[in-house]
Design a protein around this ligand. Structure first.
Ligand code: SAH
Length: 302
């Protein structure tokens, strides 16, 4: 066993954010460094998974004070020492290289595996991205690969960019493109910033126009930053079915006339309910890529 301890449990995202703030506040008051907290969406659970990593067994009164501050005294969490192994590299081993069309995506632990003739993307997901999403990412990459031959979009929005992988794939295929990569999770945006550098991508500030990728932390399209950037010729949104349905109006509005939309993160069984609000708004369906139980849909705004 190592000295690292992990406190984890499921929470609503608002509660997770509150917990993060309380953690910092209480640590600050005690003149201590706040332990690392991360939280991520889960596929089959409306609650987010929260993990707090302590460099040593946490003091009981510290944990109690944080939970009391966040009104989470009744929270059903677990607190255990982390097994003594390099858990970051362990988790990255799970991220086997993904080959999709012309793209080859691998973690830094596989950097020697870069493939000749492919568009290589080195993506260390770290705290962004989560797990179990390979199929949806691969499906979106296949769609981008298929679009690459007939499309030359001037602008792209990658909504829910996670590690930045789809935005980077877009930039490699269409280097002149103006791109916005957004995520509700600030950690995803930090990770994307690193991945732009690692992959020699081109960044830019929001609203400066021109080619390059600007980064925005926002829930859906709810940020003033989008006003000067809309509309987009290509939008990719690999999130979950529920936010895709909720965002149908905003996403459709943000799409250029003749623009292309790639929706993913939905299960095959959710196809109808996700498509409907988009078809109702006049988009036409161009195709679907199925990967296991996951689906990516391509639509166009006529
Ligand atoms: N685009 C990446 C990551 C997909 S994971 C890929 O294809 O691999 C989904 C990402 O969407 C997560 O990073 C999550 O934080 C983000 N997300 C979920 N709901 C969102 C919303 N309403 N607005 C913006 N981002 C959202």
């Amino acid at each position: 066993m190592s000295d690292i301890w992990c406190l984890s449990g499921d929470l609503e995202v608002e509660k997770a954010r509150l917990l993060e703030a309380c953690l910092e506040m209480v640590a600050d008051e005690r003149g201590e460094f706040a332990p690392t907290i991360s939280y991520f969406e889960q596929r089959d659970n409306p609650l987010w998974c929260v993990e707090i990593f302590f460099p040593e067994a946490p003091a009981n009164d510290f944990v109690a004070a944080v939970l009391a501050r966040a009104s989470l005294q009744d929270w059903d969490y677990t607190l255990n020492p982390v097994e003594d192994k390099d858990w970051v590299s362990e988790s990255q081993k799970l991220l086997a290289p993904v080959e999709a069309g012309r793209f080859f995506v691998f973690g830094s632990h596989d950097a020697d595996k870069a493939k000749d003739g492919a568009i290589n993307l080195q993506i260390d997901a770290g705290q962004a991205f989560g797990t179990g999403k390979h199929e949806t990412t691969a499906a979106c990459l296949e769609v981008i690969d298929a679009l690459a031959d007939d499309l030359s979009p001037a602008s792209m929005l990658d909504l829910g960019t996670g590690s930045g992988v789809l935005a980077l794939a877009g930039q490699k295929v269409w280097p002149e493109m103006r791109i916005v990569a957004s995520d509700i999770d600030p950690i995803a945006i930090e990770v994307t910033e690193i991945n732009i550098k690692v992959n020699k991508g081109v960044g830019r500030d929001i609203e400066t126009g021109g080619k390059g990728m600007a980064l925005v932390v926002a829930e859906g399209l709810d940020a003033p930053a989008f006003d000067g950037e809309k509309p987009f010729d290509l939008i990719t949104a690999n999130i979950l079915a529920a936010p895709l349905i909720e965002l149908a109006e905003d996403i459709t509005d943000a799409l250029s006339a003749d623009g292309t939309l790639v929706l993913s993160g939905l299960l095959v069984t959710q196809e109808k309910e996700v498509l409907e609000p988009y078809l109702d708004r006049g988009l036409v369906s161009l195709g679907r890529v199925e990967k296991g139980e996951w689906l990516a849909l391509t639509l166009r705004k006529p």
